[in-house]
Ligand binder design. Structure first.
Ligand code: NAP
Length: 363
């Protein structure tokens, strides 16, 4: 696999675009999201030793970003701050002592401090260089949701033999990755969504689906048992919480786990004490940030990132995109991302995207 270098038209003779960044200016849950952010000019420091300057090409708008702007995320930066947990960038310049990167390398920035900006100066050690013939928009979505899906499948329960797993919000980006990885692993997966239209164009070959809105717990458990067809059900993945946690806890095996990794319903996770006490089901929270922070996971994170990149380059791992918005249209991007029943991710694009001399990769 080749290391990916994209060409920017005539750097540095092309005038650099005036760098912009988004700023969250206030925590005001009563105001629409778009009224809590503004766009401002961004001054980046000059290149000191070990530093590189990158141009952000595409940046995701995730539920986590919306939660953070709402003041309800696990980490709340002091105001004002630049939001954005994820993105992909091109290297624009490197300090003379940096020999691990070159201009034109495609990189995923991993430094804290917000990706919704045109440019960033950071340490050469705070990026992962991408390999392969890659799609820029897909790469912008590589580090959060595919990694979450990977850890949920490989890191919560040791999955042995012909098991069956359950996941809700199966049409979300994490859900799409879980489905694609589970198919690779040969795991039977039961996908739960809240509405029938979510299935349109979403199915991969031999998949099992339940539309659970309005379904009783008893009926849910009956459907899961039928679809599991005698296979053990040691794990359920819960992005929704609320009543959905209760359904999953009732449907998994005795001694099984429900991993709650999202709060999409914005309701407390319900669970029946009978499932906790008599069936020893455990309900556990999962947060990728904590997983990454554990030094014991460093080697696993590195090899997972390489494997996910490869799967993305091969087209095995692919997430749907609803719409892209230029950074200057951040208000429109937020309004679009906050809507239910989307068909895919909303992404922001940076000014340097327009200066790419090569196409963005595979269609
Ligand atoms: N813990 C972690 O480390 C971690 C890491 C990554 C992501 N996450 C979480 O994982 C979840 C999915 O993220 P994503 O980026 O994959 O989402 P996404 O692609 O933006 O999709 C959002 C999904 O949520 C569904 N949804 C929204 N409200 C719902 C509700 N009340 N009940 C049922 N489904 C609902 C939507 O269904 P419709 O299509 O029907 O609207 C859609 O499938 C989010 O909660 C996110 O914060 C957690």
């Amino acid at each position: 696999m080749r290391k990916s270098s994209l060409r920017i038209l005539d750097i540095p003779s092309v005038a650099a675009p005036a760098a912009r960044r988004v700023e969250v200016t206030r925590y005001a849950p009563d105001l629409p999201l778009e009224q809590r952010v503004s766009l401002c000019e961004d001054m980046q420091p000059s290149l000191g030793p070990g530093l590189i300057r990158i141009g952000l090409l595409a940046m995701t708008v995730h539920p986590a970003d919306l939660l953070q702007i709402d003041g309800r995320y696990g980490v709340q930066p002091p105001l004002p701050y630049t939001p954005g947990h994820e993105g992909v960038a091109i290297v624009l310049s490197v300090a003379p002592d940096v020999d691990t990167l070159k201009v034109g390398d495609l990189v995923v920035p991993l430094a804290p401090g917000g990706t919704w900006r045109d440019e960033r100066v950071l340490s050469s050690r705070q990026v992962v260089v991408l390999d392969g013939d890659v799609d820029v928009l897909q790469c912008a979505m590589l580090s959060a949701n595919p990694m979450t899906a990977w850890v949920l499948l490989y890191g919560i329960v040791a999955l042995e033999g012909p098991v069956c797993l359950i996941q809700n919000a199966a049409n979300s980006a994490v859900g799409q990755c879980v489905r694609q990885l589970a198919a690779q692993m040969g795991i039977r997966l039961i996908n739960v969504v809240r509405r029938a239209e979510a299935l349109d164009g979403a199915r991969l070959g031999d998949e099992h689906w339940i539309i659970d809105e309005g379904m009783s717990v008893t009926e849910f458990v009956r459907r899961i048992k039928a679809l599991a067809d005698g296979r053990p059900v040691p794990l359920a993945l819960d992005a929704v919480a609320g009543e959905s946690t209760r359904k999953l806890a009732a449907a998994v095996d005795v001694g099984a786990k429900v991993a709650v990794y999202g709060l999409l319903s914005q309701k407390p996770s319900e669970v029946m004490p009978e499932d906790l006490i008599f069936r020893t089901v455990s309900v556990e929270g999962f947060w990728l940030a904590n997983w990454f922070a554990d030094p014991a996971h460093r080697a696993a994170a590195k090899s997972a990132m390489s494997a996910l990149q490869r799967l993305m380059a091969e087209g095995v791992l692919k997430m749907a995109v609803q719409q892209t918005f230029d950074l200057g249209q951040v208000a429109g991007a937020l309004a679009c991302a906050a809507k239910p029943h989307r068909t895919g991710k909303v992404l922001l694009t940076g000014a340097w995207l327009a200066h790419l001399a090569e196409p963005l990769g595979k269609p």
